[in-house]
Design a protein around this ligand. Structure first.
Ligand code: NAD
Length: 256
């Protein structure tokens, strides 16, 4: 892994929820493409492990233990990273949680937790890092949304609403931040095999259903989403803003 080579060579990136799953795959790929990566997760041990993996492969990474739903923590994180660099080229708002519950059983605390992480977390992170993003030429924000915005899953009302808000925010930020040289886009992953989805994959009937629904014939891997994030973070997409990429293996194509 060479720092000088790659599509993100000489760039700095921050990925939230990078301790495992999709965020981890994005952090590893960005580092492999030459970026110095801030690996942010509320689980310190997971963040350290991913930063260690990157370093072991010859890349540059720093682990940060922070909760995106905690405004003071995000400001402190931005101040700490700001002492190391005055530029952030790529911010990936990936941290997310799901609580699959019927609307009747979702409490106000559930709504606060889900919106606080998936939506307000991205707002706070982007707000906190705005000065560093403005300082970088060709800065890009990538928000990890979900196909549930357009094809609702049952018992996912709070989750789908949080991702819908994130998608809408993406378009507004693209307008507001364009003149600051910051592009903002989103990715809508379909069914990606991670800890978040593993309990469904253990069910034989669900696996059969997925196979029927997926023209590509397999569930997504975190690396499938990471490749799209790399495209949106790099100059390969430098005329794209306020839009999104669906990475779902065709899951949303079939009506019935
Ligand atoms: N897996 C899928 O099929 C799928 C589909 C669509 C969208 N997504 C979205 O992709 C993103 C990543 O999902 P995943 O499947 O990798 O999830 P995951 O549960 O496997 O990993 C999420 C990571 O985020 C961290 N995290 C959670 N809340 C946090 C917070 N408040 N602050 C900091 N870190 C926090 C967790 O510690 C964990 O390391 C999420 O936003 C999720 O909603 C996932």
């Amino acid at each position: 892994m060479s720092e000088a080579a790659g599509r993100l060579a000489g760039r700095t990136a921050l990925v939230t929820g990078a301790g495992r799953g999709i965020g981890r795959a994005i952090a590893l790929l960005f580092a492999r493409e030459g970026a110095e990566v801030a690996v942010v997760d509320r689980d310190a041990a997971l963040a350290e492990a991913v930063a260690g993996e990157i370093a072991a492969a010859g890349g540059r990474a720093f682990a940060h233990d922070a909760d995106v739903s905690d405004e003071a923590a995000m400001q402190a994180l931005a101040a700490s990273i700001g002492r190391r660099t005055d530029r952030l080229h790529a911010l990936v708002n990936n941290a997310g949680i799901v609580r699959r519950r019927h609307f009747k059983r979702l409490t106000r605390a559930d709504w606060d937790a889900i919106l606080g992480t998936n939506f307000i977390g991205a707002v706070q992170c982007t707000r906190s890092f705005l000065p560093l993003l403005r300082g970088a030429a060709g800065a890009s924000v990538v928000n990890i949304a979900s196909i549930t915005v357009r094809q609702e899953g049952v018992r996912l009302s709070a989750y789908a609403a949080s991702k819908g808000a994130l998608e809408s925010l993406t378009r507004s930020l693209a307008l507001d931040l364009g003149r600051d040289g910051i592009r903002v886009n989103y990715i809508s992953p379909g069914f990606i095999r991670t800890d978040m989805t593993e309990r469904y994959m253990s069910k034989w009937l669900f696996r059969k259903y997925l196979k029927y629904r997926l023209p590509i014939g397999r569930p997504g891997a975190p690396e499938d989403v990471a490749k799209a994030a790399l495209f949106l973070a790099s100059s390969d997409s430098d005329y794209m803003t306020g839009t999104g990429l669906v990475v779902d293996g065709g899951l949303t194509l079939r009506a019935i």
